[in-house]
Ligand binder design. Structure first.
Ligand SMILES: [Zn+2]
Ligand SMILES: [Zn+2]
Length: 267
């Protein structure tokens, strides 16, 4: 009897070392996400692109202009003003004292090259300033820091009603120049349109980013690992995948670096 139990356990354990996920009887953690290759159909949920999304030699290529498809006070004095300018409407719950920053939205040429078969990294590279991922409407995700690695506290007061804001294009061009629009936190336009539990985009390491809700519950950073994610099945990935969640508490999108090996972005 005992021997039978041991043999059974051995079978389970050997199955979990097997690359074949369907043989895996208990939660096999990393194995669930290490073999995944993401289909073009799922990437095509990213609708804010400036050219066709394509996959080549293990990478998916996603190009965007970074111009949001929603309104913003940061369209003031831009070529889109008539159609897309909207005064700040006091609806952003994170903003205490809204102040429009001097930058305005501009059209960029952001090129994401992201691993098509994301895999866990042993190094867990930190995120850098600038785009760390792409959201469904083509606006980039940024990390949890303002310039110089300081917390976002003050910057949050310049977030518009859709929770984004533009940064200067580069040093020395700060005053009144056009800027790079981005999200450090939940993109309200997407969570309102697609649901707080929906796929919101991808980080540079190829792992998907979901909204704050899961099974009807708002997740907190403490529900997630140090990179701000966890592994289980999702609507888009029924076999399970590592994924990030956006939460309402700091660090919002990513924790201490990429879970996987990041691709590159030029902008
Ligand atoms: Zn910012
Ligand atoms: Zn989850």
């Amino acid at each position: 009897m005992r021997l039978k139990k041991i043999i059974f356990l051995l079978i389970i354990l050997s199955c979990c070392n097997d690359k074949n996920e369907s043989l895996c009887l208990i939660n096999c953690g990393e194995n669930e996400s290490s073999n995944i290759t993401i289909s073009l159909d799922i990437y095509k949920k990213i609708y804010g692109t400036s050219s066709e999304i394509y996959i080549e030699n293990g990478y998916v290529y996603i190009n965007t202009t970074g111009v949001p498809d929603h309104k913003s006070p940061y369209f003031e004095n831009t070529i889109w003003e008539n159609e897309k300018y909207e005064e700040y409407d006091n609806s952003n719950p994170y903003v205490e004292n809204f102040r429009l920053n001097p930058n305005r939205i501009s059209e960029l040429d952001i090129r994401f090259k992201i691993p098509n078969s994301p895999s866990k990294s042993n190094i867990n590279q930190p995120t850098s300033m600038g785009p760390i991922g792409v959201s469904l409407n083509g606006v980039p995700f940024y990390n949890q820091y303002a310039g110089g690695g300081s917390p976002l506290t003050n910057e949050i007061n310049s977030f518009d009603q859709y929770n984004g804001h533009p940064a200067p294009i580069g040093p020395g061009q700060e005053n009144g120049s056009n800027g790079r629009y981005h999200y450090h936190m939940e993109p309200f336009w997407l969570s309102t349109n697609y649901g707080s539990d929906a796929l919101m985009g991808f980080l540079l390491d190829g792992y998907p980013v979901y909204g704050p809700k899961e099974n009807g519950k708002d997740l907190r950073s403490s529900d997630l690992d140090e990179y701000h994610g966890h592994i289980h099945e999702t609507k888009d990935f029924p076999n399970g995948i590592y994924h990030y969640h956006i939460t309402n508490d700091d660090p919002y999108i990513n924790g201490s670096g990429y879970y996987g090996i990041p691709g590159t972005v030029t902008n």
